[in-house]
Design a protein around this ligand. Structure first.
Ligand code: PXL
Length: 277
């Protein structure tokens, strides 16, 4: 069985990071090893959340795994809380990278033109360096703008603008850059990717549902990791991950009692499993 290591926080309630990555990657029939970076009572969009930092456990855990000769088919990092955690992830990449495995970085730190609470431009610059060591990165347009020191443009851009951004992102050092939340046409939303090693672009769109839910980025990134690890086919993986994310939002909207902090991705897991058969 293939094994992915995902490095991010546990937000006990709030459906993001590890509580999303674990079930979604498992649905691909892939073992999900976890390195929790912190335990929070909820994600940081709630008021008054508790926070226990686990940074000091991250290096000893790796030492044990190295003694046990444990390896991974992919390493996937999400929300990270400090410069030191970025540095430790960089060390994990050095220690666990092989010729065959994938390093996937989702530089979670911003959306809608703004950094999340607690993040700074300096953090974005450090995250850009971590992205440089990845095979694949999956920023949204806001995160890309911060990492590239470019102005954030929310709409009205053309295809050339996105292609140029993707090339700039690959110049950070990664092989493949995937921009999420790309839209050229009202009612359609999707992803645009550039594989610098093959000099090839890929894009895939689905409907743009007129809602915004917390955690959809983590759903997309987790599904993309699972699909890339299982099929090693970027075009196919983009389609699987976009369609699953959209289906998760659709089934959430079907429930009149849904809450804004959590997409009901659980009810779309049968759809995901069907789509990878
Ligand atoms: O969904 C990304 C995420 C993950 N973990 C924590 C967060 C967020 C987004 O705000 O607060 C703790």
């Amino acid at each position: 069985m293939k094994r992915i290591l995902t490095i991010q926080d546990i937000s006990c309630v709030g459906k993001c990071s590890l509580t999303v990555a674990l079930p979604i990657i498992s649905a691909f029939g892939i073992e999900t090893a976890v390195l929790p970076t912190a335990v929070l009572s909820t994600h940081t969009m709630f008021k008054g959340f508790t926070f226990r930092d686990l940074t000091n456990d991250m290096r000893p855990i790796s030492e044990h795994w190295k003694n046990e000769k444990i390896g991974f088919d992919a390493l996937y990092t999400g929300y990270l809380g400090s410069f030191e955690q970025i540095q430790i992830c960089s060390e994990y990449f050095d220690d666990y990278k092989t010729n065959d495995n994938l390093i996937i970085v989702d530089p979670v730190m911003a959306d809608n033109g703004k950094l999340y609470p607690g993040f700074t431009q300096e953090f974005a610059d450090n995250m850009a360096k971590l992205c440089g060591k990845a095979d694949i990165i999956v920023p949204n347009l806001t995160e890309a703008s911060f990492m590239l020191h470019e102005e954030y443009v929310s709409e009205g851009y053309d295809e050339q603008y996105i292609k140029d951004k993707l090339k700039s992102l690959c110049k950070l050092g990664c092989k493949v850059a995937v921009l999420t939340g790309v839209s050229f046409e009202k009612g359609k939303l999707g992803v645009y990717a550039y594989d610098s090693s093959a000099d090839k672009y890929y894009s895939y769109y689905n409907v743009h549902l007129p809602v915004s839910f917390h955690g959809t980025g983590d759903i997309f990134a987790s599904a993309l990791c699972g699909a890339l690890t299982k099929f090693n086919d970027l075009e196919k993986a983009l389609k699987i991950a976009v369609d699953y994310t959209v289906e998760s939002i659709k089934v959430t909207l079907d429930n009149p009692n849904h809450v804004t902090y959590g997409v009901e991705f659980e009810n779309a897991l049968p759809f995901l499993i069907e789509s990878i058969k």
